[in-house]
Design a protein around this ligand. Sequence first.
Ligand code: CA
Length: 705
Amino acid sequence: MKNNSLLGVFLLCCLTGVALAAEVSGKRLAAADGEPGNWLAHGRNYGEERYSPLRAINVDTVDKLGLAWSFKYPLDRVVEATPIVVDGVLYTTGAYSMVFALDARTGQLLWDYDPQVWRGYQGRGCCDAANRGVAVWGDKVYVGVYDGRLEALDSKTGELVWSVNTLIDAERNYTISGAPRVVNGKVIIGNGGAEFGVRGYITAYDAETGKQAWRFFTVPGDPAAGDESETITMIRKTWFGDQYWKQGGGGTVWDSMAYDPTLNLLYIGVGNGSLWNYKLRSQARGDNLFVSSIVALNPDTGKYVWHYQTTPGDAWDFTATQHIIVTTLDIDGKPRRVVMQAPKNGFFYVLDAATGEFVSAGKFGEVTWAKGIDPQTGRPILDREAADYWTDSDPKTVFPGSQGAHNWPPMSFNPQTGLVYIPQQVTMEYFVPLESPSTVQTGVPNLGLEIPIVPETLEGIEELAQVYRGNLVAWDPVRQEARWKQPYEHIHNSGTLSTAGNLVFQGTADGRVVAYAADSGKRLWERSVSSGVVAGPMTYAVDGEQYLAFNVGWGGAFPITFGALAYRTGVVPDSRLYVFKLGGKAPMPPVRRRELQPPSPPPVTADAAALAEGKSLYNNHCGVCHGLSALGSDIIPDLRYLAPRQHEEFLPIVFGARSHKGMPPFGAILEPAQVEQVHQYIISRSHDWRQELLKRSTQREQATR
Ligand code: CA
């Protein structure tokens, strides 16, 4: 009876084109597959499969896709959000946690909301002023704000309803980039900051009032303050020394969550240890729970149920914060409810959703840190020779690197093909341990390791770029093997979407949006867009017409920190939401690519010693945002390309003249003489680069003669 009346309402809406004005509820979310036109939650359904049953756009029609409309964001910065569509309204976010509500048919702006994040707060985070989207529940829209607020907005007007500060310590470098999730009337949000020294936790708030319901800490804190729960007492036994709690311990829950309504379990992905250096963090002893783990919680109480640790005693930034999918797989001839994840460490995991029992694992990326996963215990078999940099303070090159074999761009699971579509990548890192930890400071990364080294010459960059490659991998989670792959020249490509139209969609770092056949991997459709794409694409329908949405706007840790490689994509910051439909006729926005020759810099006046000092200061204080070794991708200004006036105003800018635009003030950290050393180093790098480009073009000319 109930089903019939629901069907009636659904049919009425489809036939008349009247938007269903019902509010988003737990019941609606749990039955999300029954209303394919909507995309009600971050990963579409609670299991976060990112699979759409819509099939109007399919392998036979996909070549008729054209632009329906596009929306230009006010800031040309990173866009990581998956939009949510509820009954004809699309909700999305841009940089600095700005929220936008648009008419899903036309792209017309209905309202926007700017939480007014102080731009200088950018320096508190590792990975750009990113936001991965909102949650919608009842008559409200929820956004996690970069500076640690969680806010509820009126879904009709965008007016602020309530705002809470989720941070336990305003002095520590906490940020929020993840999308909140709503379960049983509670809004749940974690945070980031483990590269700077923080203690991870996740908090649930009453969706109506914002009142705190529960908080779950993922790592133990100061023992003198007492353990918050029996769970903390249990996990403290896996930590050693006193640095772990002084340095924060890490374990931030900065992205993934999924929920199983039948089991009533909330799954959270827990990040890396802080410090990264296992010896400095925990005397190289113990598993350091719940670092790099998937933890199952009761969403009503925040109580621990089970955990599975992907990387015990993590020493390489191998977060388990990557996308979690909850679904049913046919295993040994029986349907089994499972949790799936492809974390940074390069192994694809299938776990029992009810118990956390290890089902299977397979290597989906380039891996040197472990020889495999022990099928009996589910623990990795560490390759000490290859990966242990701490015992003898012996630097090591390890695959994957801190960018991971898969990072946050979400994967998708297509129940028709039985395949998971992973934005996979090959990365590596040279880990050089420090002898002792530094103290936690505002906006200063604190890894217990040297800041990662990047090549400084064109030749070195091209060599490393042969290693850093991306792939779209279609993974069979039952057999734990790849079915097909599509290679990319760059890493840091977008999340994926798969549909009942036998399609997989993905955007690329070099500014393309692409469709593949889900079963064969054949490339079927492609368009160039205004910038690099990292966000997960999504699809929806209004008035019976299917739309396909790509959030475009490059950024994140790789483009800003590893500009040495990322500049090669050639994309510029130009952030837009592109929405396609069959027969769409809207004109495509212009596509620009980057000019490589920097303007003529002033002469270098410093000696070699001052330049060396400038380099060290630069890499410690500037490199995370402007690119290590002054090699940027220009998402955040590439300082080798400063205009003459900016060179003249260098000191005032560093001391805060542009804090309103996102440049944190360094007056309390650097002396004017040190700023001059940094400036001289940047000027020298600009000269180096001009010469290298000149050399390359001369070589090319000679070769073509
Ligand atoms: Ca990390």
